[in-house]
Write a protein that binds this ligand. Sequence first.
Ligand SMILES: [Zn+2]
Length: 145
Amino acid sequence: MTAPVKYRYILSRGLHGRCPRCDFGALFNPGFCNLTLRPVCPHCGLNLAKNDSADGPAVLLIFLLGILLVPCALLFDALASPPLWVHGVLWGVLALIITLGCLKPVKSMILAIQYHTNPASWEGEDVRKATAMDRGTDQDVKKER
Ligand SMILES: [Zn+2]
């Protein structure tokens, strides 16, 4: 049984780009366009390279931008009827800016969800036992003994 998802926890770590375990260490190397994940948390030493989110954040952003920008482009075309090159420049630049601005927070949120839902895969069996004992649901721990 998994713990209920703490949305405030996930949103906080996602928006700040912080480590899902300690909430102090930065997940990414410095730089606005540098999307490289650090191999370990500089504060607590959590192995971040072990559970990379791969293409998940980019795919999620592609879906969200498609849902948001296509209706806006259709509405803009119906209201203003601009030439085609205006659509290409406007929506291309807008999609690029939104993607670069949102990729780090979305990637951080996905890592926080992964860590929150299955911390044992990040840190080993000791953490799963400690977490189960903290919650008072030490049934999983008793089964293993
Ligand atoms: Zn950390």
